[in-house]
Design a protein. Structure first.
Length: 212
């Protein structure tokens, strides 16, 4: 026993060195294995990302229209802010509930949007429903001056219609026929005419005889 004590003391440092070497060899190997397993789980190729832009609907002005009006809102009450010519293509944003008006992208106006009448264009794509802007109200309410209006009012007094007066009864004249026979004897006018005719012929013969 006494002889083994110094031997153990001399071999103890070597045992500690062997244990340290084993630990140094075993730990890095385990670390490499864990790193290799983790690296195996990471994909080696780049995963593509899907980037897609939403489809934008468009409107095209029909060719049978030379040009159409562009208004500030969906209705004839809104002012005209521009025009589109036949065949022109413009991005569309939405439509009204009834589908009668289409909202389009129209730079240069307030908000950059305007409205066109749907029957005058062809819609390509689907359009969502949009809330129309409020109906424009006139800035001033027209009033009529009663004094000025009274100057142009002409009152026509009622006139009595003429009444029909029947004409007086027509009087037909009556002629009395002279009595036949009896009465005073009158010289016939035909005899007087005949006598003057004979005298004229006689005078004509005398003038002819004298001329010879």
């Amino acid at each position: 026993m006494t002889g083994d004590g110094p031997t153990l003391k001399r071999s103890l440092p070597w045992l500690l060195i062997c244990v340290l070497v084993l630990l140094m060899v075993w730990k890095p190997g385990q670390l490499l294995y864990v790193q290799a397993g983790t690296a195996a789980q990471i994909p080696t190729v780049a995963i593509p990302t899907v980037t897609s832009s939403p489809s934008i609907a468009t409107i095209v002005v029909t060719l049978d229209q030379e040009q159409i009006n562009v208004r500030a809102g969906p209705g004839m009450d809104y002012p005209i802010v521009g025009v589109l010519i036949a065949g022109q293509r413009v991005p569309a944003l939405g439509r009204t509930v009834g589908g009668d008006w289409v909202q389009i992208v129209y730079p240069g106006v307030a908000g950059g949007t305007a409205w066109v009448y749907a029957p005058l264009v062809t819609i390509e794509g689907s359009l969502p429903l949009v809330e129309p802007p409020p109906t424009p109200t006139p800035r001033t309410t027209p009033t009529v001056d009663p004094t000025l209006a009274a100057q142009f009012l002409i009152e026509v007094p009622p006139t009595r219609l003429p009444t029909f007066t029947p004409p007086p009864p027509m009087v037909y004249p009556t002629f009395s026929r002279p009595p036949v026979g009896g009465g005073e004897a009158r010289f016939p006018v035909a005899f007087a005419i005949l006598g003057f005719g004979i005298l004229g012929l006689f005078g004509t013969l005398l003038s002819l005889l004298r001329g010879r």
